[in-house]
Design a protein around this ligand. Structure first.
Ligand code: MG
Length: 306
């Protein structure tokens, strides 16, 4: 029935996928595709090719792919802020930066308590304009995805950039390697992946779920929401109904917010991240190692990329 390799593990997943769609391979030739971000006004997708030190651009109108920025400071994750500006996690810059409307680059955060950040990995913007990001060491572990260097912080935290003051505060400090993150549609919950098993034997390869405080800036809880098998949860997004569409070793896994694994979209390469795009936000873009894929689903991204 399904032309794409779709595994229905829970009957509810049938309502989230189509029976007659194909997994499209839009581009290949990357070394490690990551950081997809969609710009509705221009109908294009940007994504990182981290080891190749470049950002690529897929034009949804004509299907062309071009180099958007090279060198890119080995950017990894991206998001769009409330004013439509590109926010980038830079491995080589060891910072979170913003591309202004005039094209100039502004560093938003590169130090915490006087110490250089490790290598920001993924970011999300809340409706109040705050930017939340993870800071594991993947970009300084070797020269492959950035410049090898020491961790000055000595740990890998989740941070929040305050929209008014620009100050940086750690909001979660008990991760091994925090990675992808996404808010639930009403922003009452924050999901954060931990890919610590890359560095610690039997370490975490799960997504944790936090409650966002009524102040909108503090977290509580943090229980394990889902554990990845096979591979690791890297980047992920929530759709408008709160389902979690996440990268995994064998494709994209979709979770109900009750924690049930509803189903999978099998992808022939390891997936690092996903992003909803398309005019109706129902096209799921998939960064799969060397390639960019897409598939239409019966789910929609929230109006602002998160
Ligand atoms: Mg990541």
């Amino acid at each position: 029935m399904y032309t794409a390799a779709i595994d229905i593990l829970d009957a509810r997943f049938k309502r989230l996928v189509h029976g007659n769609v194909h997994l499209e391979k839009l581009h290949t030739g990357c070394r490690w595709a990551e950081g997809p971000v969609y710009f509705p006004a221009g109908r294009y997708l940007l994504w990182s090719d981290i080891p190749n030190n470049r950002i690529l651009r897929y034009d949804e109108c004509d299907g062309s792919v071009s180099v958007f920025r090279e060198p890119s400071n080995n950017t990894n994750g991206h998001t769009v802020d409330r004013e439509g500006r590109l926010v980038s996690c830079e491995h080589r810059g060891r910072c979170v930066s913003r591309t202004e409307h005039d094209g100039t680059r502004t560093v938003l955060a590169d130090k915490w308590q006087g110490k250089k950040l490790n290598s920001p990995n993924d970011a999300v913007v809340k409706s109040d304009g705050s930017i939340w990001f993870s800071d594991p060491t993947y970009g300084i572990d070797s020269h492959y995805e950035g410049d090898a260097g020491e961790s000055e912080v000595g740990a890998s935290h989740v941070f929040r950039i305050d929209p008014a003051s620009g100050s940086l505060e750690a909001v979660a400090t008990d991760f091994v390697k925090p990675n992808g993150l996404a808010f639930s549609p009403d922003e009452s919950l924050l999901y954060v992946a931990d890919t610590g098993s890359t560095h610690v034997e039997e370490g975490p390869r799960h997504i944790r779920r936090f409650k966002v405080g009524s102040d909108g800036r503090t977290l509580s809880g943090g229980e394990v929401f889902a554990t990845c098998d096979p591979g690791l949860f890297d980047g992920f997004r929530c759709d408008s109904k709160g389902h979690v569409w996440t990268s995994a070793g064998d494709g994209v896994h979709c979770y109900h917010h009750d924690g049930t694994l509803l189903g999978k979209i099998k992808v022939p390469e390891v997936v690092a991240n996903v992003q909803f795009g398309g005019a109706k936000r129902n096209r799921l873009y998939i960064c799969g190692t060397t390639s960019l894929y897409a598939i239409y689903v019966n789910a929609h991204g929230v109006s602002q990329p998160r």
